[in-house]
Every structure is written in C-alpha cells, then in structure tokens.
Design a protein around this ligand. Structure first.
Ligand code: FAD
Ligand code: NAI
Length: 454
C-alpha cells in the first residue's frame, strides 16, 4: 500500500492543476490517469478544436484576401495535414503537463482508479494491483459525450456513421455532407471548421436559438454569419431517429428526413460518476453529477470534486479555478468558488465571448439595467482587418450604481478581450471611473471604451 497526502483521480485540467498546486503547497501527491494527461481538454477538446479552427481560418483568409490586395492562387486545405498539425500540438502540450508534474514531484500513476472506501488513515483507491491511501481525495474524472436513447444513435456511433466530437477531431477525411445534431458550443465550433473547409453542413437544433449561453442578439448575428457561409439551420427541430442515410427530426410541419454522409452528435456532455466507486464512500450525486459546496468539498469531508465531474460549469477554466479552491481548502487557505463571473467563449468565426448578466438574466433578477451597444466598426483596427464585419459589443450597466454587470461581444479577438471585461465587473468600479482607463490604440478592445461613453 502506498500512502500519500493527496490522491487526485483524473489528469485533465482539474486534476493536473490540483496535483500541481497541492505539490507546490508541500503535499505529497499521487495523480491517477487512465489515458493521457491533459484529459478531454488537451487530447480531444479545447486544444484540438482550436488547432483545427485556426487552420480553417487561415484557409478562409487566404481564399478571400483579394479585397485586402493579396491574391493567392490554388489555395487548398489539406485536411490530413491539419490533423497532423493538431496531433503535434497535442503531443507537445501533453508532454508539457508531464514535465510539470515531474518538476513538482507529483507521482503520476497510469491506470484506472477505483475508490474502495475509507479507513481510519484515509481514502483507499485501487489501481490495478496497487492500493493507494490518501488523507485527502480529489475527484476529477471529467465528462464524456451524452448519448441519449435516440433510436439508431448508438448503432450509428458503433458503425462510424455518427461521430462525437472525439471522432470528428481525428477524422482524416472530410464528408461531403454533414448533419450536426445540436447547435450548442461543440456543434457550432465543429460546424465552423467543416463549413470553412467546404463541407455542406446542416445544423439541427431543438431550441429556437443557437449558441446556448450566448446573448440572444449576439447569437442571431452569429447565425447570420453562418448562413452567409452556406450553413443550413433547422431551428426548433428535435432529432428523433438516426437512420442509415441521415436523421429524422420533428418540426412544426411534422416529421422530416435529412440525408448526409456523416452525422456529428453534439447534444451535451455527462459527468463521469459511474464505476469509480462513489457509492463506497456514500458520495452524493445529483442528476449524474457530484454535489459540492463552495470549497469544492463533497458531502464526505476530505473528498473534493472539481471540473466537469460536478456538472456545474463544464469549462476548462472553471476546472482550473475549482482545483485551486479545493487545494486551498486542503492547505488551510481561505478561498471559495464563485460562479457568477465565469467568462465563456465560442471560438467560431467570428468569435463570441461574454461574461456576467445578459439583459434577460438581469431582468429576471429584477435589476435596473441599460444597454450600451457599440458596433465593432468603431474600432479602426477591426475595420482595417475585417472591413465588412458585423461585430458588436454590448455592456449591461446597472443604473442603480452605474457599474457594469455584463459584457457580451461578437467579433475578432473577443476571446482575448473578455478577461478585461471580467475585471471591470469584478472591480465594481463605476462607469465614470472606468472611462479614465487608457486603451492601447488601434485595438479592437477600444470598442469597450467607446461603449463606456454611450
Ligand atoms: P477531463 O478533461 O475530462 O479529464 C478527466 C480525466 O480523468 C480524463 O483524462 C480521464 O481519462 C480521467 N479519468 C476518468 N476516470 C478515471 C479513472 N477512474 N481513473 C483514472 N483516470 C480517470 N472548455 C473550455 O474552457 N474551452 C474550450 O474551448 C473548450 N473546448 C472544448 C471542445 C470540445 C470538443 C470538448 C469536448 C470540450 C471542450 N471544453 C472546452 C470543455 C473542457 O474540455 C472540459 O471542461 C475540461 O476538459 C474539464 O476538465 P476536467 O479535468 O474536469 O475533465
Ligand atoms: P451544449 O449543451 O452546448 O449544446 C447542446 C445542444 O443540443 C443544445 O442547444 C440542445 O438544445 C441541443 N439538443 C439536445 N438534444 C437535441 C435533439 N434531440 N435534437 C436537436 N438538438 C438537440 O452541448 P455541446 O455542444 O455538446 O457541448 C458540451 C459542453 O462542452 C459545453 O456545454 C461546454 O461546457 C463544453 N465546450 C466548451 C467550449 C468552449 O468553451 N468554447 C467548446 C466546446 C465544448
């Protein structure tokens, strides 16, 4: 039996950051990972998708650059090479996480961990023939694609006709026609890649709006941009069956069949709470996700759950912060998790980013707000680089105390701008104070400054 201070189960962003921080704080740490360090994020999520999207953006720029005085002939995208580039990036980052663990003295164990129970000395986790005993236990097993019981879906996945994001990010050939089930974040990012590479894409979304967390007006601008690229949408349509040639869905006019060469299923993810022995400790699970308090502790003292496994906000940056909060609790450092100001980004082209309240959520909370809405074309850099763009920046301002409570944007670089907006909200400074900030010129973030004077 190997004794340690902290056992971390799962080596994704939540797990590896928790391991690193706990080791840095002087704890002896065992990190158990059954596949590859970096988890979904590095191996089949955030990073691979962004690598693909960047290639598609380069391709589109090269094709459409005549307006900017640049012509390139015979511009093509070699999908296989795109995948190879993605694989190189993933390899480097995964190796980097391994090096970080080594540098911090984390004992990385490869294998599937199973929680056996608790003794007086701590929590018992079994990995193949070895038993680990930890004073504290951090659960960070992440999530997997949700595969609901839609008839034909499971069979479609088994025979390769239906992909989840994992297969879509590794596929070495491009389909001619693709149906995407779900117009949420994964569906839109993957559709963006495939559409930019010339695939005929149809997105079928159950709701009347795409882009889940995005603000309504911004989601409609995104929709317009996709339609311009030829992506077709079936909104308010629920997929009811996957057939051998396509999918069947319900819309107001009845049932319809849409044919395709491939289908991507992107209808959410579910926390990995099964078959890891949670019942042996009596850990509370609600709707398939582990319940936690503001210190990321479960109902069992000494056991924490960070990242997608707690199902709260399934984002890598949330997992990072939750990991820090859990480790701080273990180290006796006062800290707690707040979910109100977590920024979101959808890495479509154009990008969507936001943080805090929308007009709708503010109204639901009975807040008195006004909206300062500014076109991205107020930025000289945006106009120079995009020319015919329809990006926008919306500040949601609390009229009772003149502070910003939400910022929502669509346009280039918004993923890089949004953290500044998060700081503005967090600082609780008034608009009058924020107007004194000096923004570098010319930048796209200057639209925020314009909006502050609206
Ligand atoms: P994971 O990254 O899922 O890691 C969990 C790890 O635990 C895995 O490596 C798994 O093998 C391991 N594990 C599970 N069970 C066991 C066991 N019993 N024993 C040992 N190991 C185990 N988020 C963003 O913030 N930005 C993005 O741009 C973004 N893009 C995404 C794109 C896609 C296509 C997908 C699918 C997700 C994306 N996400 C993005 C979400 C992000 O990947 C997750 O929120 C994040 O990876 C969660 O981290 P985690 O550590 O909780 O879990
Ligand atoms: P999602 O929850 O964002 O979107 C799923 C969509 O599918 C919803 O809009 C839903 O209405 C629709 N849907 C469900 N059942 C349907 C049916 N039968 N027919 C038609 N539509 C249906 O889930 P998604 O896109 O799978 O992403 C999962 C998670 O991954 C996200 O919630 C996010 O946490 C993470 N992620 C984050 C990214 C980012 O930060 N940029 C990128 C990709 C993923």
């Amino acid at each position: 039996m190997i004794k340690t201070d902290v056992i971390v189960l799962g080596g994704g962003p939540g797990g590896y950051l928790a391991a690193e921080r706990a080791a840095h704080g002087g704890k002896e740490v065992v990190l158990i990972e059954k596949r590859a360090l970096g988890g979904t994020c590095l191996n089949e999520g955030c990073i691979p998708s962004k690598a693909l999207l960047n290639s598609a953006k380069l391709y589109e720029h090269a094709k459409d650059s005549a307006n900017f005085g640049v012509t390139a002939e015979n511009v093509r995208i070699a999908h296989k090479q795109v995948i190879q580039h993605k694989d190189r990036v993933v390899h480097m980052l995964v190796a980097g996480v391994g090096a970080k663990m080594k540098a911090n003295g984390v004992n990385v164990v490869t294998g599937s961990g199973y929680v056996e129970g608790k003794t007086e000395e701590g929590f018992v986790v079994q990995v193949e023939d070895e038993t680990y005993l930890g004073e504290k236990l951090i659960l960070a097993c992440g999530s997997v694609p949700a595969i609901p019981g839609i008839p034909g879906l499971k069979e479609g996945i088994e025979n390769g006709f239906v992909m989840t994001s994992k297969e879509a990010l590794s596929r070495t050939n491009l389909p001619e026609k693709l149906i995407v089930i779900g117009g949420g974040v994964i569906g839109l990012e993957m559709a963006s890649y495939f559409a930019m590479t010339g695939v005929n894409v149809t997105i079928i979304e159950m709701l009347d709006k795409i882009a889940g967390p995005a603000e309504r007006e911004i989601a409609s601008i995104l929709l317009r941009n996709y339609k311009r690229r030829g992506v077709k949408f079936r909104l308010g349509c629920k997929v009811t069956e996957v057939t051998e040639q396509g999918v069947r869905y319900e819309d107001k006019g009845g049932e319809r069949l849409e044919q395709a060469d491939a289908v991507l299923c992107a209808i959410g993810r579910r926390a990995c709470t099964e078959n890891i022995g949670l019942e042996n400790l009596g850990i509370s699970v609600n709707r398939g996700a582990i319940e936690t308090d503001e210190h990321m502790q479960t109902n069992i003292p000494g056991v924490y759950a960070v990242g997608d496994i707690n199902g709260k906000v399934m984002l890598a940056h949330t997992a990072y912060r939750e990991a820090e909060v859990a480790v701080n609790d273990i180290l006796g450092i006062e800290d707690s998790m707040e979910y109100e100001q977590i920024p979101y980004v959808i890495y479509t082209n154009p990008e969507v980013a936001g943080v805090g309240e929308t007009e709708e959520s503010a109204a639901a909370k009975g807040m008195n707000v006004r909206v300062a809405n500014v076109s991205m074309n107020y930025s000289g850099r945006y106009l120079a680089e995009v020319e015919r763009g329809d990006g926008t920046c919306k500040l949601i301002i609390n009229t009772d105390d003149n502070t910003i409570v939400g910022v929502h944007m669509i346009g280039s670089y918004t993923s890089e701008i949004i953290y500044g907006a998060e700081m503005m909200i967090g600082s609780k400074k008034t608009i009058t104070d924020l107007q004194k900030l000096i923004f570098p010129h010319p930048t796209v973030c200057e639209v925020v400054r314009e909006a502050l004077f609206m």
